[in-house]
Design a binder for this molecule. Structure first.
Ligand code: GLV
Length: 327
């Protein structure tokens, strides 16, 4: 008998075809996110789940899923999953690292360039008929080239962001829980800095740390005050890493020049204060959203799911300890 799995959000046809070769699939191609009770009911008799960052997989839910063996997230970030609760129940959890690094780094750059040159604001002005002709001092932006880029989080995506800075001849600083290996620093042409030095010296601060209790409000009022008044903040990782209310206040009173944001606290219902500001570029959590990358992410999650249910070790297992605590 094939293992039973739930695919909680719409995926590509080839993803379902692949999973369907190995599993009995209940899918949600209508794509409306399940509320917690519906998710618990649908998962109660399943062996595996392929889920997304919009699904909260916590201890309470897992308790109601006695057969569950694997949680395969279609994302590299996995703050939607209680990893300790999975491990305690012998449930494997997996993510999709690697396949989205370059697309997400590209989007971080799009946010930097967009905020620096006011792309979304000025497009709104053009569409609104405000452009009456060329002027020397018209809607001035700031340069990205030769500026200092500070990156919080020097994992794979942070490194991909840093490597792109070479073409713009930027100075690159980074801060990370642990200093990265010297050869990575060399390849990225990046120098380690303390959190405070990075904030004080950077013209662009890009956040690429995973979200956790430790990184909750990593950037709040105190940190924003340490930044240059001419600086630009980019959040391409997770809402909650920035205190959105503090950021709105800083963008309003000139503590900070501008921001580029792909993620928000309580998304998709973002703080309405953002909508009143011209000096912020707002994107709907599309960091990895290119066709090729989303297909690769879905297939990576599918392969993790199937591996776990066919006796293999999933390639992107987050909690190898779970194998030892299998009931
Ligand atoms: C997207 O936000 C991801 O974590 O993959």
């Amino acid at each position: 008998m094939k293992p039973k799995v739930l695919v909680t959000r719409e995926v590509f046809d080839e993803t379902l075809d692949y999973v369907g070769q190995h599993c009995e699939v209940e899918s949600n191609q209508e794509d409306a996110p399940f509320d917690p009770e519906t998710l618990a009911q649908k998962l109660a008799a399943k062996d595996g789940v392929m889920c997304a960052l919009t699904d909260r997989i916590d201890g309470g839910l897992l308790q109601r899923c006695p057969k569950l063996k694997v949680v395969a997230n279609i994302a590299v970030g996995y703050n939607n999953i209680d990893l300790a609760a999975c491990t305690a129940r012998g449930i494997m959890a997996t993510n999709t690292p690697g396949v989205l690094d370059d697309s997400t780094a590209d989007l971080a750059w799009a946010l930097m360039l967009g905020a620096a040159r006011r792309l979304t604001e000025l497009e709104r002005r053009v569409r609104g008929g405000e452009w009456k002709g060329w002027r020397l001092k018209q809607w001035l932006g700031v340069d990205v080239h030769h500026a200092t880029l500070g990156i919080f989080g020097m994992g794979r995506i942070g490194q991909a962001i840093a490597r792109r800075a070479a073409g713009f001849e930027m100075k690159v600083l980074y801060h990370n829980r642990k200093r990265v290996a010297p050869e990575i620093e060399r390849r990225c042409n990046a120098a380690y800095a303390t959190k405070e030095d990075l904030l004080r010296q950077s013209d662009f601060v890009v956040l690429q740390v995973p979200y956790s209790k430790e990184t909750h409000h990593l950037i709040g009022a105190r940190e924003l005050k340490l930044m240059k008044r001419t600086a630009i903040l980019v959040n391409s990782t997770r809402g909650g890493v920035v205190d959105d209310a503090a950021l709105i206040a800083a963008l309003k009173d000139g503590t900070l020049r501008a921001a580029g944001l792909d993620v928000f606290e309580n998304e998709p219902s973002l703080n309405p204060g953002f909508l009143e500001l011209d000096n912020v570029v707002l994107m709907p959590h599309i960091g990895s959203s290119t066709e090729a990358t989303r297909r690769a992410m879905a297939m990576t999650a599918a392969k993790n799911l199937v591996a776990a249910l066919t006796g293999a070790t999933p390639p992107n297992l987050l909690n190898p300890e779970a194998l030892g605590s299998r009931r």
